[in-house]
Design a protein around this ligand. Structure first.
Ligand code: HEC
Length: 163
C-alpha cells in the first residue's frame, strides 16, 4: 500500500461540476496528521535509545581493571582509598557517602547523586562510557590525576562487596 495516498480520493470532479469555478481544495488536515505521527515515532525512537546503553556489569568492570592491573584487587584497600582525601579537599565519600549505599549529595551544588554501590542501585556500572567518564572526572577532582587500574580494581572490589 502506498502510504502517501490520501484516504479522501475524489477532488476536482466534484467541485468543478458544482459551480464551474475550479476551487483549489487544499486538503490541509491529512498532512499535519501524518507529520504528527512521524514526530511521535521519532520521539519514541529517541526516548528508547539510551535504554540500549546498558553494555556491561559491575563484575565485568572489576575483571577489566583487575586484568589491566595484573594483580588481584583488594576490597580493603579500595575502602581506604575511597575514604581518603589524598591531600585534597574531597574524598570519594564526600559525594558518595560512606558506605556508598545511599544517595549522595554534591557538596557544592546540592545535586542528588545516585547510589554508587551496585547492590543498592542496579543501574551503576552498566554503561562502560559512563563509568569511564565519571572515574576520570572524579579521580581528577579528588586526586588531581586519573586513577590507576589497580586503584579502580580495588574500588570496584570494595563497591561490589557492599551488600
Ligand atoms: C564532587 C562530587 C564527587 C566526588 C568527590 C566523587 N564523585 Fe563519583 N560521581 C559523582 C557524580 C555527580 C556522579 C554521576 C552520578 C550519575 O549521574 O549517575 C558520579 C559517578 C561516579 C561513577 C560512575 C558510576 C556508574 O554508574 O558507572 C563512578 C565509578 C564514581 N563516581 C567513582 C568515584 C570515585 C572512585 C571517587 C573518588 C576518587 C568519586 N567518584 C568521587 C560525584 C562525585
Amino acid at each position: 500500500m502506498n502510504i502517501f495516498t490520501s484516504p479522501a480520493a475524489p477532488r476536482t470532479a466534484h467541485h468543478t461540476a458544482a459551480g464551474g469555478a475550479a476551487r483549489p481544495a487544499p486538503r490541509r488536515a491529512s498532512h499535519p496528521r501524518r507529520l504528527r505521527g512521524m514526530a511521535a515515532l521519532v520521539a519514541a525512537l529517541l526516548v528508547g535509545g539510551p535504554v540500549l546503553a546498558a553494555d556491561t556489569t559491575p563484575a565485568e568492570q572489576l575483571k577489566r581493571w583487575t586484568v589491566e592491573a595484573g594483580a588481584p584487587a583488594s576490597a580493603e584497600r579500595g575502602k581506604v582509598f575511597f575514604n581518603s582525601r589524598h591531600g585534597g579537599e574531597w574524598s570519594c565519600a564526600s559525594c558518595h557517602n560512606t558506605p556508598p549505599t545511599t544517595e549522595g549529595k554534591h557538596p557544592n551544588t546540592g545535586k542528588v547523586i545516585p547510589t554508587l554501590a551496585p547492590s543498592f542501585n542496579a543501574k551503576t556500572f552498566t554503561d562502560v562510557a559512563k563509568a569511564d567518564k565519571w572515574f576520570r572526572r572524579n579521580c581528577n577532582d579528588v586526586l588531581k590525576r586519573e586513577c590507576t587500574a589497580p586503584e579502580k580494581a580495588d574500588v570496584m572490589a570494595y563497591l561490589i562487596n557492599l551488600k
